[in-house]
Design a protein around this ligand. Structure first.
Ligand code: ZN
Length: 212
């Protein structure tokens, strides 16, 4: 720990002590050499820079604030109080154990309590958490909890169905397996008919998320 850093500034952002772009590119160069290749040959010479740029994209969620994304709401809803459901939101994440892709879809529903949020904001919240190192269980809970805390709706339901490259291209090598996680809060947890309505609405649809 840097003793010059005042305690109230510790752990406030992920920027603290963050390695430089050059450090990151050097690390990728090390991995190329460790894999057994020549890091100076033409085909891979610019790969460290490309991978660093790709990582900025894969992990841009660390720079996003999911609560701020949901902060703008609309109250002129003519009393609309039925379920709002966004289905088949593409999920692109990376497993925190192997740093390989998790690809799937999320279904996000809530029961408004006077306020609604722009629908693209729900998809952006999924992205803000997905574009980090994740496990699917935590990703599912984070999305549901944030919507619940910021919108304070009567209920939130999040279901994620995803394939994990760490299962299909390494380890047990089982392609085609999808993992399903869900988090139900409020009416979706307490009221079986609300939960049934949600599950019926997400079933039988054409699933588009797994084509990569
Ligand atoms: Zn993994």
């Amino acid at each position: 720990m840097d003793i010059r850093t005042p305690p109230d500034q510790l752990d406030t952002t992920l920027e603290d002590g963050r390695p430089s772009r050059e450090d990151a590119e050097a690390a990728i160069r090390t991995l190329i050499r460790w894999a057994g290749d020549d890091a100076d040959r033409e085909g891979v010479r610019d790969t460290p820079a490309r991978v660093a740029r790709a990582y900025e994209d894969f992990f841009r969620g660390y720079g996003e604030d999911p609560e701020a994304i949901l902060s703008r709401t609309f109250e002129e809803t003519e009393g609309y109080d039925e379920m709002v459901l966004l289905r088949d939101i593409r999920v692109e994440s990376h497993c925190e154990h192997h740093m390989v892709p998790i690809i799937g879809v999320a279904h996000v529903a809530y029961l408004p309590n006077r306020r609604v949020v722009g629908i693209s904001k729900l998809a952006r919240v999924v992205d803000a958490y997905a574009r980090r190192l994740q496990i699917q269980e935590k990703l599912t809970a984070q999305i549901a909890n944030t919507i619940n805390e910021v919108l304070q709706p009567r209920g939130v339901a999040v279901v994620i169905e995803a394939g994990h490259e760490c299962m299909s291209t390494r380890g047990v090598h089982k392609p085609g397996v999808s993992m399903v996680t869900s988090r139900m809060l409020g009416a979706f947890r307490d009221d079986p008919s609300t939960r049934r309505e949600f599950l019926a609405m997400i079933q039988g649809r054409r699933c588009t998320g797994f084509e990569t």
